[in-house]
Design a protein around this ligand. Structure first.
Ligand SMILES: [Zn+2]
Length: 322
């Protein structure tokens, strides 16, 4: 049984990739982050390695922006397979380097453009293409995340499910009142995702920690125990200077409440760092130890399965400067 689809154990997910790349000198406006898997693999690998060393048992591929850049013409469909392969391989390699087994979550983000301007057929094809590539590369679970449109979420989920056999988690970006940017209540959006067979539902990024906690508390009522309940908040709302306000210990304070709410995949999003995940991990383990639970464990899956050693995709041997 694939643990990503098994709701009985706790998975500690990693934190942000984008804001970590930004901090490493890769500016948003001059870099297409998914391409960094190919051009600057060492930089991506190092971030994954730090998250694995901090205790994350799920590493998320650096593929989040692929949908966005496909929709905006900065990634060609012909590049999707190589991006997914390199991204998955880097996450697997990071787990190997730290000697820890980790699930690999294939990240798929939103298009960042109105569906009407793209067309449902084209949008579905782009989502399916990413899912197929991530599955072929060896991802254990597909993570549709930071979704702000229910219509896009449903379209993406259906397209992915018709193209792959992997479990799919659907994570929404919500405000404090529990609605998506398009006005859909997260309860309704998540129920529809479950009805379509999502293996996990939850919230990520959002207006910070408390918005995600509130969303998860609501979602717990929907969950019949078979789906993963996922919480990956950002480290607060960014301040004017772009900094995220929550320190690692502030961030870790949410752990008991998230566990109590029933979340069983807990990690971070924008502004969180390996230090945040280390603090979160310590806090989660302390809560579980206190309650006598043994449900936090490392996943037994082999991190290197399905790796193609003879890939035709080019990955730079050494990173150039960002
Ligand atoms: Zn985020």
């Amino acid at each position: 049984m694939l643990a990503a689809g098994d709701a009985s154990s706790l998975i500690i997910a990693d934190g942000a990739m984008g804001t970590m790349l930004l901090a490493a000198g890769f500016a948003y406006d001059t870099h297409v982050y998914p391409l960094l898997n190919l051009t600057h693999p060492t930089a991506v690998l190092e971030i994954h390695r730090q998250y694995a060393a901090a205790g994350a048992t799920l590493l998320t591929t650096n593929t989040f922006g692929t949908s966005y850049h496909l929709a905006h013409g900065r990634i060609e469909p012909s590049q999707v397979r190589c991006i997914a392969q390199a991204a998955t391989q880097l996450a697997q390699e990071a787990a190997s380097l730290t000697g820890r087994a980790a699930l690999i979550g294939g990240s798929i983000g939103p298009l960042g453009k109105a569906l009407a301007g793209i067309g449902a057929h084209q949008a579905g094809a782009w989502f399916a293409m990413q899912a197929v590539a991530l599955q072929a590369a060896g991802a254990d679970v597909l993570i549709l995340e930071t979704l702000t449109s229910n219509q896009e979420a449903l379209l993406a989920l259906q397209a992915i499910q018709s193209a792959t056999s992997l479990p799919v988690w659907v994570l929404f970006n919500v405000n404090e009142s529990g609605t998506l940017l398009d006005g859909t209540p997260i309860l309704k959006a998540a129920q529809q995702a479950l009805d379509l067979g999502a293996a996990g539902i939850g919230a990520n990024c959002s207006s910070g920690l408390w918005a995600v906690l509130k969303a998860v508390q609501h979602l717990a009522h929907l969950n019949a125990g078979y789906a993963r309940l996922i919480a990956r908040p950002s480290a607060g709302t960014p301040q004017q200077d772009g900094r995220y306000p929550l320190t690692p210990s502030d961030f870790a304070e949410c752990a008991p409440a998230l566990l109590k709410a029933g979340a069983n995949v807990i990690g971070g999003c924008c502004g969180s760092t390996p230090s945040h995940i280390r603090a979160l991990c310590a806090s989660l383990h302390a809560v579980l130890a206190q309650s006598g639970s043994t449900s936090a464990h490392h996943n037994p899956l082999q991190p290197n399965k399905s790796r193609d050693q003879h890939s035709p995709c080019h990955i730079a041997q050494r990173d150039a400067q960002p």
